[in-house]
Design a protein around this ligand. Structure first.
Ligand code: SF4
Length: 439
């Protein structure tokens, strides 16, 4: 985003106030801070609008693959380091299926992709796309394969085929699904760009030399295709890290539009694949296409992705409320914890394991864990009482007692005064809850 002064140069300088700001400079400052829109100024010239739209375009283009609610969005990132603000669009995962497989084996691969689905801290972790590859060399077979798999699974698709004629037929058959086409390199660039333009699909440009990749971008944009993804074709971990970092750094730090696109990484099978995939999740990979992805690799990679793409300034939170666990009744114990998702789901899982019916009161601590919230003054006797009152916990759980986390045993006296409940100090670690409750 340009600075307020750079924006100001393109404004009409009438100071008329029609944008609801007293001067053009005040409006420019709001625009620079993303608090106003270009359209708020009705007097902006066409040239000024175009110049501002160009300079305020995101350094990495947003590219959508797929149509409707399940479309995958990539790019539109603004940071080199996650802690500077956040990363926005999580790395998409695709499982590769090739047309040389039997129908039965291809169906099994689709089912495997579907089975890689997990719940963690209240979020669903899953695969995002299927990559359909032409390995048979037969355009007819590829077309039949793509049509068949697309009918069986409505996920967004990547079509991987180096023959422009075969790609054209397959892309035409599923173009309403807006598949990503891979790859276009130096030799067949114009032909592949023609297919992408005719079908309205995004296109992956591939070259191991980043200078040539930027040239391909220029040529493809001249051919009328703007939605591009870059495949820097790394063969090993060093090349992956080096090329992805140069692409991201050029786009963010130098606003170099020639490399300002999402990054595609093909992940080989085996141990090297796991290393490359985890590095690509951390270092700017927008879409990973897996040759193989066993469940033992999928879960850690998805958890890594979840952690990298969580906003570091906004902890994942659950709704403060009273939660029944294992079908509790009025004589069941009442416990409390905080609304930090990781804390809540850890405690809930341990309580479920105990098989003891309990009530769990979740207290709003703005997403902080128990000890952090206590130290920050967000977990107090008053906030616990307010949470119990708001949820009507004392009407549901009538034992007259409250089990508190062992970490905050020092709250006992104040809690008893505030709530009128007898306080029982529970274990310091959530994992000790089942034994504690059963005894
Ligand atoms: Fe300036 Fe446009 Fe705002 Fe008028 S409406 S003050 S010309 S920015």
């Amino acid at each position: 985003m340009p600075t307020a002064i750079e924006i100001f140069k393109h404004l009409p300088k009438k100071n008329c106030g029609d944008c609801k700001y007293p001067t053009c400079l005040a409006f420019a400052m709001q625009l620079a801070n993303n608090k106003a829109k270009l359209d708020d100024c009705p007097h902006l010239s066409e040239a000024g609008r175009n110049a501002l739209a160009r300079s305020s375009a995101p350094p990495i283009r947003l590219v959508k693959v797929g149509a409707g609610g399940d479309a995958v969005e990539m790019g539109d990132e603004t940071e080199l380091y996650r802690h500077d603000k956040r990363f926005f669009h999580p790395t998409a995962f695709a499982l590769r299926i090739s047309d040389d497989l039997s129908d039965r084996d291809a169906d099994a691969r689709v089912e495997h992709a579907r089975s890689l689905r997990y719940e963690r801290v209240g979020q669903t972790l899953k695969m995002d796309l299927l990559e359909l590859e032409c390995r048979s060399g037969s355009p007819e077979k590829f077309l039949r394969f793509v049509t068949r798999v697309a009918a069986a699974c409505d996920w967004p698709l990547v079509l991987r085929c180096s023959d422009p004629a075969a790609m054209s037929a397959a892309a035409e058959a599923v173009k309403e699904r807006r598949p990503l086409l891979h790859p276009a390199d130096g030799e067949d660039l114009e032909a592949m760009a023609g297919v992408a333009k005719a079908c309205g699909c995004p296109l992956v440009l591939a070259d191991a030399e980043l200078g040539k990749l930027a040239d391909l971008v220029e040529r493809t944009r001249k051919a009328g295709v703007e939605d591009l993804v870059l495949d820097p074709r790394p063969d090993n971990l060093k090349e992956l890290l080096e090329r992805c970092t140069i692409i991201r750094r050029s786009a963010i730090r130098k606003t170099f539009r020639g490399l300002g696109y999402p990054i595609y990484v093909s992940v080989p099978a085996g141990k090297d694949g796991m290393l490359m995939a985890s590095t690509a999740v951390m270092k700017y990979g927008s879409l990973l296409a897996f040759e193989e992805l066993p469940a033992s690799n999928a879960l850690p990679l998805m958890v890594l992705r979840q952690n990298i793409y969580t906003d570091p300034q906004v902890p994942i939170q659950v709704k403060p409320d009273l939660y029944p666990i294992n079908n509790p009744g009025p004589d069941s114990p009442l416990l409390f914890t905080t609304n930090f998702s990781l804390t809540y789901f850890t405690v809930m899982s341990d309580l479920e394991k105990s098989k003891v019916p309990v009530w769990l009161q979740v207290v709003d601590t703005e997403g902080l864990s128990v000890l952090t919230a206590y130290s920050a003054g967000k977990l107090t006797a008053e906030s616990v009482k307010a949470a119990l009152d708001a949820s009507g916990a004392k009407e549901s759980a009538r034992t007259g007692t409250l089990v508190i986390p062992g970490m905050v045993a020092r709250m006992s006296v104040k809690l008893k005064e505030a709530t009128g409940l007898e306080i029982i100090v529970g274990p310091k670690e959530s994992s000790a809850l089942p034994k504690f409750l059963r005894s």
